[in-house]
Design a protein around this ligand. Structure first.
Ligand SMILES: Nc1nc2c(ncn2[C@@H]2O[C@H](COP(=O)(O)OP(=O)(O)OP(=O)(O)O)[C@@H](O)[C@H]2O)c(=O)[nH]1
Ligand SMILES: [Mg+2]
Length: 262
């Protein structure tokens, strides 16, 4: 009897009650969700599972080359979801990586799903920690868990969730495993039923903090609509030439994605 219930909870018919794949129907959405992650970790596979669309997937990096958008409805809330090119770092400079970086930083998503490859978790944590520096609302999709298991890797997802301060959901997106749990977490984080406490590095000295605060104030005054000005202030202190140029030309102000485009 117990097994029958378990099968019922995991069967597609049960999930259909909660998830409606809306394809490209992005009207009147309540929340914007971004898919961030290293190349080739299954972001588009998750996107397709949630929207019913058919974004290009395959086993090599660099397939998604622009922003793809779709929608789904879950528990009567409408979500617009944005699939992004893979990126190793928010400091990356290739054109595709910049598209991902700009949306994660300035697109003001309500929830960022960080998709990671469970079989190469450590490498993926670099981007994860960078994303957690700039957002209070994120969910970690611990994807390719089947591959990790095949390599006899066991990940303590509950401990990882505790340490990162965000929900961690083991998934095998290609097989649809973990998608119901992922949806539930996206919903809880978007609706503030789950309050994230993202892991933040705290090794900044007083002088640096003061310089960041000063620059942050000036940036906010100059570009009132720009999000993540603290991140920009840090890059300025590091001497990041592309950011310095974007400020000099005023181009940085264009990175804010207007609300009606969301
Ligand atoms: N075994 C296994 N394969 C998966 C899983 N999720 C995705 N894949 C496969 O992994 C490959 C990469 O998936 P994509 O969805 O294209 O990855 P992506 O992150 O969008 O890749 P880029 O757009 O190139 O950054 C595809 O061959 C998928 O079928 C999973 O959970 N398990
Ligand atoms: Mg992709």
């Amino acid at each position: 009897m117990k097994d029958i219930n378990k099968d019922c909870v995991n069967c597609p018919a049960h999930n259909i009650n909660n998830l409606v794949k809306l394809g490209v129907d992005m009207k009147n959405f309540d929340f914007v969700v971004a898919l961030a992650g290293n190349p080739n970790v299954g972001k588009s596979t998750v996107f397709n599972a949630l929207t019913g669309l058919k974004q290009h997937t395959g086993n090599w990096p660099g397939k998604t080359v622009g922003r793809a958008e779709g929608a789904f409805m879950y528990n009567n809330k409408r979500y617009k979801i944005v699939d992004l090119p893979g990126t190793y770092s928010l400091l990356s400079t290739s054109v595709d990586e910049e598209i991902a970086r700009d949306f994660i930083l300035f697109g003001q998503p309500d929830v960022t799903i960080i998709v990671v490859d469970a079989s190469t978790l450590e490498r993926n944590l670099n981007l994860t920690l960078q994303v957690l520096e700039i957002t209070d609302r994120a969910v970690l999709c611990l994807n390719l868990i089947d591959e990790a298991e095949r390599h006899n890797l066991k990940i303590d997802d509950r401990l990882l969730s505790k340490e990162l301060g965000i929900p961690v959901i083991p998934c095998a997106a290609r097989q649809g495993i973990g998608i119901p749990e992922l949806l539930k977490s996206i919903h809880q984080v978007a609706n503030r039923e789950f309050i994230c406490k993202p892991y933040r590095m705290t090794n900044t000295t007083k002088n640096i903090s003061k310089a960041v605060e000063d620059l942050n104030d000036r940036l906010k005054k100059e570009f009132p609509k720009l999000s993540n000005t603290r991140w920009i202030a840090l890059r300025l202190l590091e001497g990041d030439q592309s950011i310095i140029d974007a400020i000099k030309t005023g181009e940085i102000g264009n990175l804010t994605i207007p609300e009606n485009e969301n």
